[in-house]
Design a protein around this ligand. Structure first.
Ligand SMILES: Nc1nc2c(c(=O)[nH]1)N[C@H]1C(S)=C(S)[C@@H](COP(=O)(O)O)O[C@H]1N2
Ligand SMILES: [Mo]
Length: 251
């Protein structure tokens, strides 16, 4: 099926009363069923995810000029107080490691210095929290796609799971390959010209500017490539989705 006829079909599907069922069938056909497709909100999650992926494809998040950078960006929540984190902080994160594992040909581990030595991208985007507030900042980081290409993603892979340091309130999330290979999805170590502050997830955070703020996991240490999210947590694709949030949080 061509892209246009696919688009027509899904648009027609959305316009009918049987739209949800039609869209669900299409979503399955195109491998666009999100991990949180069960329960009362499941059909809505599938509809949102499949429709956005089919209709907007690889669209870009808006980028801003320097003049739009927020004067006082809001750090949401306190940095971890776990010893595992504070010990590394006291050492200026010299021993911080990012591991890349799972369905890759070449698993790898990177220090911050090594990441800083890789090709980087600078972008000014907005971080929008689901609670309604937002700020604009400049981030510098390595495109996640670059790290994944170095690792060699195996053909059966479907998702990239990423998580924070293993502390008490560890957060983890995941994105599909479309989002992980997207040019604006960055592993960031710098914000507004300096090191990424711990209040904003320093020393390392993933920025996923096409989705809501909670997908931008702070204190990042792991990247795991997988073909299924079923065995992880409650199987809904993220710590947020295991709670009350949507796995797909496209803006
Ligand atoms: N590890 C970790 N990452 C996290 C969070 C968190 O509590 N822990 N909060 C998320 C939420 S809900 C939002 S809105 C953004 C906030 O980013 P900020 O602190 O830079 O404003 O980080 C996200 N990433
Ligand atoms: Mo948030």
């Amino acid at each position: 099926m061509t892209k246009t006829s696919r688009r027509n079909l899904i648009t027609a599907g959305l316009a009918t009363t049987a739209g949800v069922a039609v869209a669900a069938r299409l979503a399955e056909q195109y491998g666009l069923v999100p991990p949180d497709n069960g329960g009362v909100y499941g059909p809505g999650e599938t509809l949102t995810y499949a429709a956005q992926r089919l209709l907007t494809g690889s669209s870009l998040a808006r980028e801003f000029p320097t003049s739009k950078i927020s004067k006082s960006p809001y750090p949401n929540g306190k940095p971890p107080t776990d010893e595992l984190f504070t010990r590394q902080q006291a050492n200026n994160f010299a021993d911080w490691k990012l591991s890349v594992q799972g369905m890759v040909a070449r698993p790898a581990t990177y220090s911050l210095a090594e990441l800083r030595g890789l090709p980087s991208k600078t972008q000014i985007t907005q971080l929008a929290c689901e609670e309604g507030w937002s700020y604009i900042a400049e981030w510098i980081g390595v495109p996640l796609s670059h790290i994944l290409n170095l690792a060699g993603v195996l053909p059966q892979a479907k998702y990239v799971v990423y998580g924070s340091i293993p502390i008490k309130r560890r957060r983890w999330d995941s994105v599909d390959l479309d989002e992980s290979m997207h040019p604006q999805t960055l592993i960031t170590y710098s914000m507004n010209g300096g090191d990424l502050p711990v209040g904003h997830g320093g020393p390392l955070r993933l920025r996923v500017p096409r989705q809501l703020g909670y997908k931008s996991i702070k204190f990042m240490t792991t990247i795991t490539v997988t073909d299924s999210l079923k065995g992880i947590g409650k199987g809904r694709g993220s710590s947020a989705a295991d709670g009350a949030y949507s796995w797909y949080a496209g803006i």
